[in-house]
Design a protein around this ligand. Structure first.
Ligand code: ATP
Ligand code: MG
Length: 171
C-alpha cells in the first residue's frame, strides 16, 4: 500500500546507508525544510566530505532543528541516522515542541548502495566497509524505532511522494 499519511508538519528522519537515496528523496521537499549533514559540513568547512567537520555540522543541525521545531515547521533530516544516539536526540527535539515524528527507512540493498559509490568523486565516496556497517545498522534499527519514540515508521519505497521521482529517473 502507498502511504499518504505523513503529518503535514513534523520531524522526518531519513535512515539509510550512503548511496541509499536519502538526498534524492529529500529533494521532494522544499529545500528550506531539509537539514543535510553534508550541506552543513560544507557550510562550516567549505568541504561537504570533510569528516573532521561532522561534529561542528551536527551542532549546527541541532540548533536549526530546535528553532524550526519551536516554529512547528516541517523538517527533514538528511543524514544516515543509523545510530540510535543520534536519532534519540532528534526525537527529543521534536517532543520538546509537541511535533510528530516519522522515521523513513531507505532500505536500498547493500550491493546497490556500494555500486552507487563508484561514479562519485573521491571526496564523496564512502569506503566499502563503512557503507556495509551503515547498511547493517539500518537493518537493525527497524525494530527499535517505535520504542525510540517515533510516531510513524515507514519504508521509503511505500511513500507516495517517491512516485513522480521514480518516473523522472526512469525517463
Ligand atoms: P549519502 O549518504 O552518501 O549522501 P544518499 O543516501 O543521499 O547518500 P543519494 O545521493 O540520494 O544517496 O543517491 C545516490 C544515487 O542513487 C544518486 O545517483 C541517485 O540519482 C540514485 N538514486 C537515488 N534514489 C534512487 C531511486 N529511487 N531509483 C534510482 N536511482 C536512485
Ligand atoms: Mg546524501
Amino acid at each position: 500500500p502507498l502511504y499518504t499519511d505523513l503529518p503535514e508538519n513534523g520531524l522526518i528522519v531519513l535512515i539509510g546507508a550512503s548511496g541509499a537515496g536519502k538526498s534524492t528523496l529529500a529533494g521532494t521537499w522544499h529545500a528550506s525544510q531539509v537539514l543535510s549533514l553534508d550541506g552543513l559540513r560544507g557550510a562550516v568547512s567549505d568541504d561537504p566530505g570533510w569528516q573532521d567537520a561532522t561534529a561542528d555540522a551536527a551542532d549546527v543541525l541541532k540548533l536549526i532543528l530546535e528553532r524550526r521545531m519551536a516554529r512547528k515547521l516541517n523538517t527533514v533530516i538528511d543524514a544516515t541516522n543509523v545510530e540510535q544516539s543520534v536519532r534519540v536526540e532528534l526525537v527529543m527535539a521534536a517532543k520538546r515542541h509537541g511535533m510528530p515524528t516519522v522515521a523513513v527507512i531507505v532500505a536500498t540493498s547493500l550491493p546497490v548502495c556500494l555500486e552507487r559509490q563508484g561514479p562519485r568523486p573521491d571526496t564523496r565516496r564512502v569506503p566499502q566497509d563503512i557503507v556495509r556497517a551503515q547498511h547493517q545498522a539500518m537493518t537493525h534499527s527497524h525494530q527499535r524505532l517505535a520504542a525510540e519514540g517515533f510516531n510513524t515508521v515507514v519504508f521509503a519505497d511505500t511513500l507516495y511522494r517517491l512516485e513522480p521521482l521514480l518516473k523522472r529517473l526512469s525517463e
